[in-house]
Design a protein around this ligand. Structure first.
Ligand SMILES: Cc1cc2nc3c(=O)[nH]c(=O)nc-3n(C[C@H](O)[C@H](O)[C@H](O)COP(=O)(O)OP(=O)(O)OC[C@H]3O[C@@H](n4cnc5c(N)ncnc54)[C@H](O)[C@@H]3O)c2cc1C
Length: 386
């Protein structure tokens, strides 16, 4: 149960993802960061690799993989570009996953094949200008009108929102229901009344797009409602729980990147007549980076395998995200220090890894919220239980 040795198939998948990332992402990642965009054709290329339908069963044209495989792929993509990895994570882990969890057979057949092929990218719309951590305070409404629903409101910080063709949108359908009646809908890009704002200027994750998605009397048929009316928040919680483990895999890619760059640089850089790797202060930093990465892997693989077995708790997912995301930011800072002035330059990528890493302490639940969730789920009779 606790053996995290990769299977032969997982090794092959990792090699394929690594080689794809080294040839198709690494040479361009700095340029995408600078231009705040990856090229449109990347979505199709990712689709051809099976990376746009990772969790989608083969019957809907997906790769039919589990969370362990999802984690392996995300780490490899993020090793070179956190932004592109975030786009892939939000597409697979949030939008597609919500359709998988809450969608009926007809909806899965209608939406998943094009998303899995990379013909389309998906966006997941929960956050609003006045509700982030307090998601249940959302103000976007869906009002019944015959066989249709009319959606009104505004969603903020939506990853892939600029390029998406398929949006999963959370709305309030019954403000009196407890804990507020939230219902999710699939909204197609060309639906009248749906519009997107300008791409936000961001600190990191710059190759991914982040926009406001506005809904102005958007009419959608009841057939585009996911799950039962007022039951959307149950699915949101599941999506976020799984997403938190997957964003941790993205972090591990950044941590590994920071470690690899720092370790190599420390061998090559000479000061006071010897490689800086021979100074104990630098060795301490490299040791901490290696330990943090390894500890992160254990948490990540345990949580991913628990997700695959259906036993991952809210607390486990939160512990995984909290530890790994904070360790990633710390690791990137330390890697910059190992490189000295060069660490501060774009050329060595570690400053970009740091900018990308910081988002992971915020998105899909902040560190403060993770601590609240963990503390809330500590059983005084068995506090060490996961
Ligand atoms: C680049 C980027 C991409 C994103 N992508 C998506 C996406 O695709 N879809 C989507 O729906 N959202 C997305 N988000 C939104 C993200 O999930 C939210 O930013 C996050 O949940 C935090 O919400 P907030 O920004 O409103 O902060 P707030 O909730 O306003 O929090 C502000 C501060 O207060 C703290 N705080 C809040 N409540 C408490 C409390 N009870 N106790 C202690 N401290 C508290 C927070 O931890 C934080 O430090 C994205 C955000 C960014 C920046």
């Amino acid at each position: 149960m606790m053996d995290f040795t990769f299977t032969e198939e997982q090794e092959m998948l990792r090699d394929a993802a690594r080689s794809f990332a080294e040839t198709e992402i690494a040479p361009y990642a700095q340029e995408w960061d600078k231009n705040c965009a990856y090229p449109e054709e990347m979505i199709k290329k990712l689709g051809e690799q099976g990376f746009m339908g990772i969790l989608i069963p083969e019957e809907y044209s997906g790769a039919g993989c589990g969370y362990m495989e999802f984690a392996i792929i995300l780490e490899e993509l993020a090793r070179h570009d956190g932004g592109l990895a975030l786009a892939v994570e939000a597409h697979n882990g949030l939008a597609c996953q919500h359709i998988l969890i809450g969608g009926n057979e007809e909806q899965k057949k209608k939406y998943l094949p094009a998303l899995a092929a990379g013909d389309q990218i998906g966006a997941w719309c929960l956050t609003e200008p006045n509700s982030g951590s307090d998601a249940i305070a959302m103000e976007t409404t869906a009002t019944r009108d015959g066989d249709d629903w009319i959606l009104n409101g505004s969603k903020q910080f939506i990853t892939n929102g600029h390029r998406a063709q398929t949006y999963v949108v959370m709305t309030v359908t019954d403000p009196e229901a407890s804990p507020r009646g939230i219902t999710a809908f699939v909204v197609e890009r060309d639906t009248p009344g749906l519009s997107t704002g300008k791409k936000e200027e961001k600190m990191g994750m710059r190759s991914s797009d982040t926009v406001v998605v506005s809904l102005d009397n958007v009419r959608v048929p009841d057939a585009q409602r996911l799950n039962d009316v007022n039951k959307g928040f149950d699915d949101v919680k599941k999506v976020l729980e799984h997403g938190r483990v997957m964003i941790s895999a993205l972090c591990q890619g950044l941590t590994r990147g920071a470690l690899e760059v720092a370790a190599q640089y420390a061998q090559e850089r000479v000061a006071f007549g010897k490689p800086i790797a021979r100074f104990q202060s630098i060795q301490n930093k490299l040791a901490d980076l290696a330990v943090g990465y390894e500890a992160g892997n254990l948490l990540l693989y345990r949580s991913a395998s628990m997700l695959d077995q259906g036993t991952c708790s809210i607390k486990q997912a939160a512990m995984c995200k909290l530890f790994i995301s904070e360790n990633t930011t710390k690791s990137c800072l330390e890697a910059i220090q190992v490189l000295g002035g060069y660490g501060y330059l774009a050329e060595y990528n570690v400053e970009r890894f740091l900018r990308d890493a910081k988002l992971c302490e915020i998105g899909e639940g902040t560190s403060e919220v993770m601590r609240i969730l963990i503390a809330k789920h500590i059983d005084p009779a068995n506090p060490a239980a996961s």
